[in-house]
Every structure is written in structure tokens, then in C-alpha cells.
Design a protein around this ligand. Structure first.
Ligand code: ME8
Length: 702
């Protein structure tokens, strides 16, 4: 029985938006993770909901001529019903306009208002404040945060506003926060490179947080202890995670549901969670969540899928086209935790046909077809197996079969054994890969033992056929049970074909040595999708998911400093800002460029190259440079990119491995064409533009 509890949250989504596959991803991830925990016997609480206060909602309601509350009631429903259609089994759907939430926020604000730091300073103070205010982001930006005088996030106009506001003394918690993230709970922010980003951010002095908005400007919010003000929408929203479970206890052990085990979020909202939320909780002296997991973005044609970009894909349309379970599988399998993933129909169909139709569905169809010869009844005890080896084969010809059989059992046992670790680390994409791999083993076992040759034979042959099909059915039972959290409906069907229910099967999540199966024929689980029905421009094959370039991580970086290598005449030692983390990189540019030509410039770093000591200096990656006129090298220049931006090749999937060798990178020839860097004719790009090379066409970039 359960001896652990698990509380998982998704962000609460802005109620104005239409659910797209970005939202669907986090929510499906939380659902799949919850179901895996349940499979492992844990008691789960899974929270999602909608974020309903703020200026944008007020304005949208005004525009439609309805009250903000009526607007929210209608729009919130779109998320709820989308999640129902995607088979999301949440425990609670919170809305920030819920009475209980509003009262909770007011209580917590009251508490903050009355609290003092040990120094005697109050946690909340008021101040006349002037700044650039963005209506779109509902926050102030400092002068140096603006990009071309505009809000750096939405790229919209900002206005200069002066007003009195209330501030939370967030700065007082900076040291404590750094200590917590770095020392006390090194796995608080996941994955690791996101933690480093936050720590990088925390190297700057932390500012206090403006937590109020005057009602004269915005009244659609939660009233603060000063009745002329409402709470800043992020403070209101973040508190949802605690308000939803206030006073709630898990049944099994009776522990409080708060704190959360995992806040699942997109990388866009890491700062608000890792910094605002954590310091607020510290101030309120509440337990901190155990992990914040920031996943990457779904990208379309190298741009983040978002309402602002206008490239959203509806999860419901995908569900209608490919089925809810295939869609869930694709989301979880395709995104490697932490990294961005590309969405296209072509990638989807390739994945579906390869994993679900070929491996999983085909395995079941083959077994069911052969089982007809045994009237769908299979019986097995270990003794039978020795019989199979004894009678069925000479020892030489039995070797490959025995090998395939053992591999099938070993893989089945291994996937069961590895599950808790994978779930704990939220390595779900890898877990699915190994579950599908089990079906690969099964199909290989069928190939080498060729049971169709036995189907029309006598008693001994029938017994051997029975044994082979029994092994396959047992492996499939395990495989279907392990895939159930991702594809509950299809796996219920699949288990029913084996004469099992998920509930029964999960109680026996081991490879059994004996037992019986009563099989039942069903129509194909995952029919192959005809690639001819996909638009040509998007057809599979163009995406080349196994291309060696997909394992390379290229990142835009800014060169912070340049020094001569103490021990190598050709090398510089650079310090580069790689997006929140500073890296030391050795570059053979000393004969080609002066320090002044490099400092402050942007470049492209091969970021996942195995660190190597170059004449005594550890180089954490390699800068890309092009062979230019006159034997000189010039730096590849990611136009308008920000440090940390991913650089990818247009139309090619990117699944960077944690680490690659120089040899892996050398398999990816880069060349200049038309002043831009290309890989196999595809332009390298950051989300903001192409990567430029001052080099003639055909020049090598390395
Ligand atoms: O930020 N790829 O709400 P939001 C992957 N209300 N995930 C994506 C995505 C993409 N392209 N686009 C969005 C808010 N998401 C606040 C949250 S929480 C206290 C308040 C997902 O509607 C991802 O989970 O903008 C991201 O963090 C979330 O949607 C943002 O949703």
C-alpha cells in the first residue's frame, strides 16, 4: 500500500488564452506524472486551474460588455473542458476568483503586513515609485531592462507612471535564497542548468517586489489591507498553490498536502517561481516546495508557440486528428526534460508510426493472430519452458531463441525496476523510450522464434507456440501497464485483449513465471498513419530526427572578457555569458582577432561539448568561427540573439545530448552561404534571427 504522498501542480493559466499545446504539455505532464506515482502506490494530489485577475482580463471583459466575473466563468470553462477531453485526472481545479482563494490571499497579506524582520524592519513598506509600466506584462521595468524602449517580454509600448505602491522586502531574503538553492536543496530547481541560471540572476542585488496595484488603475483583483489597492496578480496567482490545499491532508499518512513536491512550469515563469514565490514563502515562514521543474518550450518553425507569436496549435484539434492517447504519448515522448522541442505534423506522424504503430500495436496484432490457433487460451508454467528447450530445438538452433527470450525477460524486469527512479527524476521521455523498447524486444523474439511455423503443427509444436505467445503476452502485459499512465484508454483496451484490467495488472507488476491468459481479438490499436495525407512540405524524412546535428547544443553567448592563454600562443581564454551561467572557453583566435574585436560581441558556443583541458585551461565548449578571406577566422554572429538562446538548424529536430565528443560534432559540417551559417543547406537560427558569417560561400565553419 501507499506509503508516500505526492502533490503536483501546473501553472494556473491566464483565463483569456485559448488552451494550446504549450498549456496542454504541462498539464499532460502533471497528469502522467500523477498516474505514475499512483501506479507506484503513492497517494497523489494534482492541482491545476486558471489565473483570473488583472488588467488584461478587466479590459477583455469591458470590450465584450460583460462583467469580469462572467467573462472568467465562461473562459475558465474552456480550460476545464479541454482537460476533460485530454483525459486529465486532476484532483482540484482552482480559480483565483474562488472565494476561498480570495480570503486566503487576504489572510496571508494581512500576515505579511504585520510581520517584521529580525532587524525590526517591516516586511511590507510603501513608497512613491516611478517607472516604465507595461500594461501587457502588468509590471514595471527599469530603464536598462527595456529593449528599444519597449517591454522586453511582449515588445509592446511602456508608459512612465508615478504612484504610491506597496513593496515586499524581497531583498532581505537574497542570501537565504542563494543558500537554499545552492547548498541546502541543490535539486530544488531542475534541471541543473536552470538552477545555474537562477543563481546567475541572483548575483545581481535582488530588488524589492512591488506587490500592489492602485485600484484607480486596476480594480479586478484581491483587495489588500490598504483598501485602495489590489494585490499584484503574480502574488495572488502564486498563492494558489497553497490556498487550494489549505487545511487539506492526505488520507494515507495524514500529512498536510502543502508543501508541493513538484511545481511543473515552463521556463518562461522560472523567476517568478524560484524567486518571488520562494521568498514569499520564506517571509510567511511556510514550508518550501520540494522541486520546481522548468521544462522547455514547444517551438514551431523556431519560434515559441504562444498567443503573441500567433502560431498556436490546438490540443483538441490534435486529439481529434490523432486520438487523445497518441497525442499524450507524443507530448511526453518528444520533449526531453528541460529542452525545447519542435512541433510539426510530420514529426508527430513519424513518431506515431515508428513507436506506436510498428512496435506496440504490431506486437499485439501478431500475437493475437497466432493465438487464434490456440483458441486464444495460453497456459504456462516454468517446466513447460524447459520442455520447449528440450524438445523443440537442438541446442545450437535454440541459441538465438534462448537469447531473445532471456532478453525479453531481462528487459521486462529492468523496465519495472527502473520505473521509480525515472519517475522520481521526471525522466518520462526516457521511461517511455524504454517501455516502447520492450515491444522492440518482443518483436525480435517473434522474428527469431518464428512461431508461425509452429501454428499448424502437432501437439509439441502447439505447446511451443503456446509458450512463445505466453512470454509475449506477459511482456505486453507489463508494457501496457507501464504505458497506462500515458495512454490510459488505449492501454485499457490493450490489457482487455490480454484478458486483464489495469487495476489487476498493476498489483502484479512483476514478470510471472506461470499463469494463464485468455486473449480476445481487437481491431488494431494504433493503425499506421498514411504519410501521403500529410502536406508535402511537412512530410517525414525532412525532419531527420536521427541526424547527428540533433544531439548538438549550440547556444548564443556574449563574450565578457578575453585574455591570452598563459601557455598556448594561438589561444585566447574567453569568459562568456551563456545565458545566466558564465563559461570559460579557449578559442584559437589570437592570430585572427584582437581582444577589442571580441569583447562584448555575441558568438555561438558548442555548449554540450565535453569539457577539455587545453594546455592546462579547462575549456567548457567551443566557439564557432568561419574561414574568411586571407586565411583569417571570423566569429559566427547570432544576429540579435540574447545570451542563452538556442541555435538550431531550420526544420531539424533538436534533442541535445547532455554531452558530446568532438568527434560527434565533427560529423556535422557547417558552411557559410550568402553570409549565413548553414548545416546541410539549412540556416542556423536563434529565435531572433540567422547566424551570420563574414565568409565566402562554401567556407567551412567550425
Ligand atoms: O504564465 N511550450 O500563465 P500562461 C511549452 N498565469 N509550454 C508552454 C508554452 C510553450 N510554447 N507556452 C505556454 C502564466 N506554456 C501565469 C502562471 S502560475 C502561479 C501563474 C505553458 O497562461 C508553460 O507551462 O501564460 C508555461 O509556464 C505556462 O503555459 C504559462 O501559461
Amino acid at each position: 500500500m501507499s506509503n508516500k504522498t505526492f502533490y503536483v501542480t501546473t501553472p494556473i493559466y491566464y483565463v483569456n488564452d485559448v488552451p494550446h499545446i504549450g498549456h496542454a504539455y504541462t498539464t499532460v505532464l502533471a497528469d502522467v506524472l500523477s498516474r505514475y506515482h499512483k501506479l507506484l502506490g503513492d497517494e497523489v494530489f494534482f492541482l491545476t486551474g486558471t489565473d483570473e485577475h488583472g488588467q488584461k482580463v478587466q479590459q477583455a471583459a469591458e470590450k465584450r460588455g460583460v462583467t469580469p466575473q462572467a467573462h472568467c466563468d465562461e473562459y475558465s470553462e474552456r480550460f476545464k473542458s479541454a482537460w476533460k477531453d485530454l483525459n486529465i485526472d486532476f484532483n482540484h481545479f482552482i480559480r483565483t476568483t474562488d472565494k476561498a482563494h480570495v480570503e486566503y490571499v487576504q489572510r496571508k497579506m494581512e500576515e505579511l503586513w504585520n510581520k517584521k524582520l529580525p532587524s525590526g524592519e517591516s516586511l511590507i513598506y510603501d513608497k512613491e515609485y516611478s517607472g516604465w509600466y507595461s500594461t501587457s506584462e502588468e509590471r514595471f521595468f527599469s530603464e536598462d531592462e527595456l529593449v528599444d524602449g519597449k517591454d522586453p517580454i511582449s515588445n509592446r509600448a511602456v508608459e512612465w507612471i508615478t504612484e504610491k505602491n506597496y513593496f515586499f522586502r524581497m531583498s532581505a531574503f537574497q542570501e537565504k535564497l542563494i543558500h537554499y538553492i545552492e547548498i541546502e536543496k541543490p535539486d530544488f530547481i531542475l534541471p541543473d542548468f536552470r538552477k545555474n541560471e537562477v543563481l546567475g540572476f541572483l548575483k545581481q542585488p535582488l530588488r524589492d517586489l512591488c506587490i500592489s496595484r492602485p485600484k484607480s488603475r486596476l480594480n479586478w483583483g484581491i483587495t489588500l489591507p490598504d483598501p485602495d489597492y489590489v494585490a499584484y496578480v503574480w502574488v495572488d496567482a502564486l498563492l494558489n498553490y497553497a490556498s487550494a490545499v489549505d487545511g487539506k491532508k492526505f488520507k494515507t499518512i495524514g500529512n498536510n498536502v502543502w508543501p508541493a513536491d513538484f511545481h511543473l512550469i515552463g521556463k518562461d515563469i522560472l523567476t517568478t517561481h524560484a524567486i518571488y514565490w520562494t521568498t514569499l514563502l520564506m517571509a510567511l515562514e511556510m514550508p518550501l516546495p520540494k522541486h520546481i521543474l522548468a521544462h522547455g518550450w514547444w517551438m514551431i518553425d523556431n519560434a515559441r508557440m504562444s498567443k503573441t507569436t500567433g502560431n498556436v496549435v490546438s490540443p483538441l484539434a490534435m486529439k481529434d486528428k490523432y486520438g487523445v492517447d497518441a497525442f499524450r504519448f507524443f507530448l511526453i515522448r518528444e520533449m526531453t526534460m528541460g529542452y525545447d522541442a519542435t512541433f510539426s505534423d510530420a514529426i508527430f506522424v513519424t513518431r506515431l508510426n515508428a513507436s506506436l504503430a510498428n512496435d506496440v500495436g504490431n506486437g499485439l496484432s501478431r500475437v493475437l493472430k497466432l493465438a487464434e490457433f490456440l483458441e486464444f487460451k495460453l497456459d504456462y508454467s516454468q517446466d513447460n519452458f524447459s520442455e520447449y528447450v528440450r524438445f523443440g530445438n537442438s541446442s545450437a538452433s535454440a541459441q538465438p531463441q534462448l537469447f531473445a527470450y532471456e532478453s525479453l525477460i531481462n528487459t521486462s524486469r529492468a523496465v519495472i525496476r527502473e520505473l521509480p527512479g525515472m519517475v522520481e527524476k521526471v525522466f518520462l521521455s526516457f521511461a517511455l523510450d524504454s517501455h516502447v523498447g520492450l515491444f522492440g524486444d518482443l518483436n525480435r523474439y517473434l522474428e527469431v522464434s518464428a512461431p508461425w511455423k509452429l501454428a499448424k503443427g502437432g501437439e509439441v509444436e502447439k505447446r511451443l507456440l503456446n509458450n512463445i505467445l505466453w512470454h509475449c503476452s506477459e511482456a505486453m502485459r507489463i508494457g501496457f501497464t507501464l504505458l497506462h499512465p500515458v495512454m490510459p484508454k488505449k492501454m485499457d483496451e490493450a490489457l482487455a485483449a490480454l484478458g486483464w484490467t489495469f487495476e489487476e495488472s498493476q498489483k502484479q507488476l512483476v514478470w510471472r513465471d506461470s499463469g494463464s491468459f485468455s486473449l480476445k481479438s481487437i481491431s488494431p490499436l494504433f493503425p499506421r498513419i498514411d504519410t501521403k495525407t500529410i502536406p508535402v512540405a511537412d512530410a517525414p524524412g525532412k525532419t531527420e530526427s536521427t541526424d547527428p546535428f540533433s544531439s548538438v547544443e549550440l547556444r548564443a553567448v556574449k563574450i565578457l572578457s578575453v585574455e591570452d592563454h598563459p601557455n598556448a600562443e594561438a589561444l585566447y581564454v574567453l569568459q562568456v555569458d551563456a545565458g545566466g551561467e558564465t563559461r570559460t572557453v579557449c578559442a584559437g583566435l589570437r592570430k585572427h582577432l584582437t581582444k577589442e574585436e571580441l569583447i562584448g560581441k555575441m558568438g555561438v558556443l558548442v555548449a554540450n561539448l565535453k569539457p577539455a583541458s587545453l594546455r592546462g585551461v579547462m575549456s567548457q565548449g567551443m566557439m564557432l568561427a568561419a574561414d574568411s578571406e586571407g586565411g583569417k577566422l571570423s566569429l559566427a554572429n547570432p544576429e540579435s540573439a540574447q545570451p542563452g538562446d538556442a541555435i538550431t538548424a531550420e526544420g531539424l529536430e533538436s534533442h541535445p545530448k547532455p554531452q558530446i565528443n568532438l568527434k560527434d560534432f565533427e560529423k556535422c559540417p557547417l558552411a557559410a552561404k550568402g553570409g549565413k551559417v548553414h548545416y546541410k543547406g539549412k540556416e542556423l537560427r536563434s529565435p531572433h534571427g540567422a547566424v551570420l558569417a563574414q565568409a565566402p560561400d562554401g567556407a567551412v565553419v567550425k
